[in-house]
Design a protein around this ligand. Structure first.
Ligand code: ADP
Length: 483
């Protein structure tokens, strides 16, 4: 039995701000329980809904040395859908309304969390073979493991994996501050370890000290070894390319299932989707405040509204997109400049654009089921879950050929009648516009081909099964002696 612990800053269903939470919450459930004992450690944020917090039980607490301070570490516990979750409790650090806020404060918080998560293992009586860390918030774990914890026999022989969900966020600040927050020795703050352009990067620490590195698609694994996508770490990642695996994310096929989804108007499956998708479209138009008309070509976008997501491209061509026969529904929050941009376009095209500037899981299900195409024109996209959800609901995605978008959406080929969506290569607004117009033309003028495209999208399988097997291979390769 291989024992694995996941250390991360978010996890569904407890707390989610992005795709990371879906991965950390879903993957542990999928492993074969006879051979893998996978548990999860996350912070006990005050903003975790009360319905979960009230079910947690207190395990123990202790005080941890952090540089010159002694800090409280409480451990709460909850078993959920067969997985054991531990929550690091400290109200001083985890009392915010959201998991993240001020960057400097987050850096202090997650230095504390990384050390606390490692320190609590003896107290919970779990001695993992592999510690699997996710993103910069747990990047310090492999560093602690190989430095301050190296001489402690409890931790000897433990292997670590660092998964990059997004290289852009690194937990970067000046060396003096991170040294003080982490209590790590001077010798780790050199350019071959944590230092990056005179600052320290917590993610870089994880990438240097982990035994294996993974990221969430093959293409992104290649891209981050280049200067354009490498965020200053491409040299390190190229040097470690033999330890770098690209494993594409899956999605939870029980939750994201058009045949049973209680959040959509009409369920559907197999080839019998046409009537149901029309019903879903009409309801969607109604709740989003647009004219109800099944003939419209409805474009959807559900996203964090940030520079990463290619929204400046949309800005250039929005008036061209909003032609006759098209509606555009957006659900998202983020950078005020993009929030206002979509509000503005809703103002000038009220019968065509519906800008829903909030986070709403239920409405996102209705959007996946009810629109005709889903737009994901990202500048970079480590994996992307939106296109996987869209495929699952028979909504062909329109994507830029980058990262996981390139690996999971096959572009439509009208000659061979293949493909599951539409794609464009260069980060260029008019390439995006021409592919949107092409999709619209197939939708209006070649309905049979369109229907086959939707059939093919529905036949794709991006559940966790195959990817979980690759993670198992990775764990086996790290600890081949454990059966
Ligand atoms: P990232 O992790 O970069 O935000 P992903 O595509 O990996 O992007 O994951 C985004 C997930 O968050 C998808 O499940 C998407 O449906 C969901 N999501 C994003 N914004 C919203 C929103 N405003 N309301 C509901 N769900 C959202």
């Amino acid at each position: 039995m291989k024992k694995v612990v996941y250390i991360a800053s978010e996890c569904v269903p407890f707390i989610k701000t992005g795709g990371l939470a879906d991965v950390v919450g879903t993957l542990p459930k999928v492993f074969d329980k006879k051979n893998y004992d996978v548990r999860v450690i996350i912070p006990n944020y005050l903003c975790i809904p009360e319905k979960f917090r009230s079910k947690m039980s207190y395990i123990t607490h202790f005080y941890m040395d952090m540089d010159w301070k002694q800090l409280y570490v409480g451990i709460m516990y909850l078993e959920y859908e067969g997985v054991k979750f531990y929550f690091i409790d400290n109200e001083y650090y985890f009392n915010g309304f959201t998991p993240y806020g001020d960057v400097k404060w987050d850096i202090e918080k997650f230095c504390y969390f990384s050390k606390a998560a490692l320190s609590c293992l003896p107290a919970i009586g779990f001695q993992p073979d592999i510690i699997h860390c996710h993103d910069w918030q747990s990047g310090m774990v492999p560093v602690y493991l190989k430095t301050l914890f190296a001489s402690n026999p409890f931790y000897s022989g433990m292997k670590s994996v660092m998964t990059i969900h997004n290289l852009q966020f690194q937990g970067r600040w000046d060396i003096k501050t991170i040294k003080a927050y982490s209590g790590l020795p001077d010798y780790v703050f050199t350019p071959d370890k944590l230092e990056i352009n005179k600052d320290a990067s917590m993610l870089k620490g994880g990438l240097v000290y982990a035994d294996k590195i993974t990221t969430v698609s093959n293409t992104y694994a290649q891209e981050i070894q280049t200067a354009y996508y490498g965020e200053g770490l491409n040299g390190l990642l190229s040097a470690r390319h033999e330890d770098l695996w690209g494993i594409v994310n899956g999605i939870d096929y029980d939750i994201w299932n058009p045949a049973t989804d209680p959040l959509i108007t009409k369920n559907y499956s197999g080839k019998a989707w046409k009537k149901a998708k029309t019903e879903n479209k009409k309801k969607l138009q109604e709740i989003m405040g647009l004219p109800v008309d099944e003939k419209q070509f409805v474009i959807g976008l559900v996203s964090r509204l940030t520079d990463q997501k290619g929204l400046d491209l949309i800005d250039c061509i929005m008036n061209d997109i909003c032609q006759d026969g098209v509606q555009f529904i957006i659900i998202g929050t983020g950078d005020p400049k993009y929030e206002n941009m979509f509000r503005y376009y809703q103002g000038i095209h009220p019968a065509k654009v519906s800008a829903n500037i909030y986070y709403d899981e239920a409405k996102s299900h209705m959007l996946y089921a009810g629109c005709d195409v889903m737009l994901v024109p990202s500048r970079f996209e480590p994996c992307g879950l939106t296109q996987l959800m869209a495929l699952r609901y028979g909504t062909p995605p329109i994507v830029r050929e980058t990262g996981g978008l390139k690996d999971t959406v096959q572009p439509y080929n009208e000659f061979e009648q293949t493909g599951t969506g539409f794609s464009f290569a260069n980060y260029n607004a008019h390439e995006l516009l021409s592919v949107i117009n092409y999709a619209k033309c197939v939708y209006y003028d070649h309905r049979e081909q369109w229907n086959s495209l939707v059939d093919r999208a529905l036949q794709q399988n991006y559940s966790w099964g195959e990817s979980a097997k690759i993670y198992q291979d990775l764990y086996n390769c790290l600890c081949p002696w454990i059966q």
